[in-house]
Ligand binder design. Sequence first.
Ligand code: ADP
Ligand code: MG
Length: 479
Amino acid sequence: MREYLRKAVNRQQYQTWFGAMRPADDSDGFAFSVANQFVRDWIGSYYMQLLADAVLHATGEARQVRVIVRDGDETPAPRREPPPRKTPPRQVAAPARPERQERRPSAQPRRHRRPPSPSFASGATEMFADRRHPNFLSDVLLNDSYRFDRFVRGSGNQLAYAASLAVADSPGQAYNPLFLHGGVGLGKTHLLQAICATVLERNPETRIIYLSCETFVNQFISAVAAGDLENFRYRYRHVDMLLIDDIHFLAKKERTQEEFFHTFNTLYNQQKQIILSCDSPPREIPTLEERLVSRFKWGLVTEIETPDHETRVSIVRQKAEERGYTLPDDVTHMVADNITSNVRELEGAVQRVIGYASLSGKSISMELATDALRGIVQPKERKITIEAILRAVAEHFGVKASELMGRRRHKSISVPRQVVMYLARQLTDYALVEIGGQIGGRDHTTVIYAVERIAQQIETNGRLRDDVETIVRRLRSLD
Ligand code: ADP
Ligand code: MG
C-alpha cells in the first residue's frame, strides 16, 4: 500500500502527506491517522481517491476509507465547510470506487483520478512542501540566507524591513495587507521569505501559502480548466498567511483579479495576514481593478528604494563576509560605486570577484577585481576634473602641478601645460574660459591655441601621442 502511494506522488509529497500516516484502529472500514488537521484536510481535498485506490490495490476490496487526526474524535467533516482551526479534529471519508457512484457530485477526489501531482492543480507549477513545516506550501524552497539578520538595512529599505518584522511578530495584527514595492533585485523576495521563516520558527504549524503571482495565476487557470475552482478556493482561503510575490503579474488578468479579490476579502475578514510584493505602487499596476487597488492600500504600502552608497558598501562587505572573505576597502568601494541600482547585481559582482580570486589563487586586489568585473560591470566613467588632469600630467612629465599653473615658458613646462589644456578640453565639459581660469588664470584664446597645437602635434609626434594616451589611460582607469 505504501509502495502504491509512493509511486503515485513525488517524494516530497509522499513525505509531507503520507510520511506520518498510520493505520488507525478501525473495525468497520479502513482508517488512517495523520498528525494534524491540516494534513487531514489536505488529504481530504486531494488524495482520497488515491488512498481508496491504494487500499483496493492492497486488499483487493473496495473499502470505506477514512482519515482521522490522531487522538481525535470522529465527527465527520464536510469538505465544503472546513472547520475553523481550533475546533476538535474531525475526519474525512471517501469510499473506494464501487461505492463512489452513489456519492454526491461534489465528492472531491473523483476529479483526481490521480492526485494533483506534481502540482496542487494539474498542469500548474510544482509546489514544494517542507517536511519540517507541513502546513507551509510554496512554489520554492525557502532560501536559508533570506533571513532578517542577513538583511542589510539602510535609508532606502528600513521602513520595509521594520514593517516586515512587525508583521512577522504579529501576523494579522500589525499591517494588513503589507504591500512592499520596489525595483528588481532590491530585497522584496528576501523580506517575504524572512517573514515566512520567522513565523514558522515561532510556530511551525502556521498554515502559510507563499508563492509567486505567476504560480497563483497558473493555478487559477488550471483550476478553471479542470472545473476545479472549489478546491482552489478552499486551498487559498484556509490559510493563516498568504504571501504573493510579484503581484504585478495580475496586470491584465481580469478573471484572476476577480478571484483574488474574493480570496483577499475572505482572508482579510478573518484577520489572516496578507503580504504582497510588487514592482510598482498599487495604483501603477496596469488594469488592476480599482477595488483591488484600494484594498492593497488598506494596510501599509511601503517602498524599497535603491540603496544609498553607505548601504551598498555594507552590503558588499556582508556578502563577502558571508562567503568567508574580506575585501580590501578600495575594492569594496569600487564595487559599491559602480553598481548602484540592484542588490542582486551587487551580490553577483562580489561573487565574481571572489570566484575569480579563488580560481586564480591570487589574493583580491583592485587589479584582480577590475579584471573580474570587466564586461559585466560597465564602470561608470569617473568624472575627470581639471585638478586630476593637472596631477596626472605633472606626474607623467615629472614636473610640479604648481609649475603648470605658473608662468614659466620653458618647453619642459609649456608643452605639458598645453597638454593639460588639451585634455581638459577633451575630457571635461568645462568651457574654454573655465579651463583657462583653472589653469593659472589664462585667457580662453590661450586655451584654444594650446588645444590646436597639441592636436596637430600628436598627429606627427609619436612620442607625444604616447604620452597623451598614457595619461588618458591613467585618468580613466579605476585606480
Ligand atoms: P527582489 O525580489 O526585490 O527582486 P530579492 O529579494 O530577490 O529582490 O533580492 C536579490 C538579492 O539581493 C537576494 O540575494 C537578496 O538576498 C539580496 N538583497 C537584497 N536586498 C538586500 C539587503 N538589504 N541586504 C542583504 N541582501 C539583500
Ligand atoms: Mg523577487
